[in-house]
Design a protein around this ligand. Sequence first.
Ligand SMILES: [Zn+2]
Length: 218
Amino acid sequence: MNLDPCPPAQAERVLEGESLRAGAAVAAPGYGNKLARSDYGAPSLPQWCVWVQPADGMEADRWERRWLQGVNAALDSWAKFLPVVRVEDPRRAHVRVERRRPPLRQLAGGWRASNGRSLLQVLEVKRADRALLEPRVTVLVSPELRASSLRATALHELGHAFGLWGHSDNPADAMAPVQGASPVLEPSADDRLTLEWIRRQPTGFGRPLPPRPQADDA
Ligand SMILES: [Zn+2]
């Protein structure tokens, strides 16, 4: 029996071309019907191993300290509602939080900067001699933010990482796409209901890789 909750990856293979698509329009609590999912089901795990980029030097400078405080506070907020294990080695992690400004995104109207971004990959990863299907999320949180928006950004992006791949229309929710006048620093009741729901949905993640699903979209 393996007692290490987050064994390091011994080998890994990225499943190219796996992406999220809109979920079925089902009745779901909160904003669950807005969440995207992968062909393998909800990108959700019973327990998440999370790595947060440490300070560059032996001692964190002022900016690194502020960033770490914001990210750790956001992680603590989610950890009240789902099992999170922090790891010091990124090879043990499903979610990697990096201190860097997301690249500009080109939209129809020009280039847009954002405070944070989450990128999902689907992998087959071998840990403790078992190969399992896993989501890997790289979370970028810009260091150049005021304390409250840094924490709200980290909360929002970690919400994506833990399976909330969609946005709420309600500005009081952590998963609203734009922060209102007062940044949301804790998951709302609807955020929590939606998270509980997605965690109950069928998923192939955290299990041996099933035979390749039939793609039903071009
Ligand atoms: Zn978002």
